[in-house]
Design a binder for this molecule. Structure first.
Ligand code: DHB
Length: 320
C-alpha cells in the first residue's frame, strides 16, 4: 500500500502540503512569512505588490465583525523594485513563495510580473479583484475580457505558474474563470473578499475611510466554497480555495468542492500561526481515517453526489 503524502503540485508549484496563507493578511515582511512556513504552511503568499510604493487608505482600514472582518487597506505596498529584494530574502530562507501582485494597466501588470519573476518567486498570483481601490486598479475581475487580456500579457512575461485570483462580486464567476484560463492562467484562486459596509451608529457614518471594504472570515466561506464549486466545473486548470478557512474540516470541504489547495487568511488573527500546522495535521488524519493516500484523491469528490442531488431536487420542483 502506498504511503500517505500531503504533498501537492498545483500547476507546477510543488508544496509539502496544500495549505497556504491568503495574500494580504500577514503583510509582506520576510520574517513573518518565514514564520508562516515554519508553522506548517506548504507555501506562502505575499501581500499584493504594485508597480510603485503606495501608502493605501488612512485609518480605520479594518473592522472586526461577529461574522468575520471587513478591510479596506487600499493596496499599501513598497513597490515591486523594493519588494524584489524581499522575495530574494525569502528564497534564501528556502520558503516556497507565491508573489501576489496588481497593476493599473495591462502594461503595469506585465511589468510587475517581470520584476517578481526576476526576483525568484516560485509562482505569481495575479490579484484581479481588490475591492477597495479605483476601478482601474481593483475590480478588473468583473470584466472577463480584461481578465483575459491581463492574464495573457502577464503570461508573455513569465514562465512561472500564474494563479489568477477572482472576485466573488460578479454575476457569473464561471465566465471570468474561463476568460482567465483562455488568457493562459495556470490556476484560479477563488475567491477574493466580498464587498461590504459597516456603519457607526454613534457617529452615523461608515466606519471605514474607504466606506466599503472586503468581507472575509466565516461569513465568506459558503460564498467562496460555491465559487470553487462552480469554477472547478468550468475550467480544466486547478482551483485554489480561499475564504473563511479556519479548520481542517473547512479545508476538506474546499477539497471536496474541487480545490487542489487552500489559503488561510482571517483565521490567523483568531487562531495564531499554529492554524497552518493544525489544518495540515487534521487533513492528514482525515485522509488516513478515510483511506486516502494522496490529496488529489479527495479533490472534487462531492461533485458526483451534488449532481445526483441536484437532478432529484430539480425533478421535485417541477410543478404538476
Ligand atoms: C485589499 C485588497 C484585497 O484584494 C482584498 O481582498 C481586501 C483588501 C486592500 O489592500 O485594500
Amino acid at each position: 500500500m502506498s504511503k500517505l503524502s500531503l504533498a501537492v503540485d498545483v500547476a507546477g508549484l510543488r508544496m509539502r502540503n496544500p495549505v497556504m496563507n491568503a495574500a494580504g493578511v500577514l503583510g509582506m515582511s520576510p520574517p513573518i512569512l518565514k514564520r508562516v512556513y515554519d508553522s506548517g504552511a506548504g507555501a506562502v503568499v505575499t501581500k499584493s505588490v504594485g508597480p510603485a510604493p503606495r501608502t493605501g487608505h488612512g485609518n480605520p482600514t479594518l473592522v472586526q465583525l461577529s461574522c468575520g472582518a471587513l478591510n479596506a487597506m487600499g493596496l499599501p505596498n513598497p513597490g515591486a523594485d523594493y519588494y524584489a529584494d524581499e522575495i530574494r530574502k525569502l528564497k534564501r530562507m528556502g520558503v516556497p513563495t507565491v508573489a501576489s501582485f496588481f497593476g493599473g494597466s495591462v502594461q503595469e501588470f506585465a511589468e510587475v510580473a517581470r520584476k517578481l519573476t526576476g526576483a525568484g518567486a516560485d509562482a505569481l498570483e495575479l490579484n484581479a479583484s481588490c475591492p477597495n481601490v479605483a476601478e482601474e486598479l481593483g475590480m478588473l475581475a468583473s470584466d472577463a475580457c480584461n481578465v483575459e487580456k491581463v492574464t495573457a500579457a502577464v503570461k508573455d512575461e513569465t514562465d512561472l505558474p500564474v494563479f489568477v485570483k477572482l472576485s466573488p462580486n460578479v454575476t457569473d464567476i464561471k465566465a471570468v474563470a474561463r476568460a482567465a484560463e483562455q488568457g493562459g492562467a495556470d490556476a484560479i484562486t477563488a475567491a477574493n473578499t466580498l464587498l461590504g459596509i459597516a456603519i457607526d451608529v454613534g457617529f452615523r457614518r461608515p466606519v471605514l475611510t474607504n466606506v466599503t471594504g472586503g468581507l472575509s472570515g466565516p461569513a465568506a466561506k459558503p460564498v467562496a466554497l460555491r465559487c470553487v464549486w462552480e469554477v472547478s466545473q468550468a475550467v480544466e486548470v486547478p482551483v485554489i480555495g480561499c475564504g473563511g478557512v479556519a479548520t481542517w474540516e473547512d479545508a476538506v470541504e474546499y477539497l471536496l468542492a474541487g480545490a487542489s489547495a487552500v489559503q488561510v487568511g482571517t483565521a490567523v488573527t483568531a487562531h495564531g500561526f499554529k492554524v497552518f500546522g493544525d489544518i495540515a495535521e487534521g487533513l492528514e488524519r482525515y485522509m488516513a481515517e478515510n483511506g486516502f493516500t494522496r490529496v488529489e484523491e479527495v479533490v472534487g469528490l462531492a461533485h458526483e453526489a451534488g449532481r445526483d442531488q441536484k437532478s432529484k431536487a430539480d425533478k421535485c420542483s417541477i410543478r404538476v
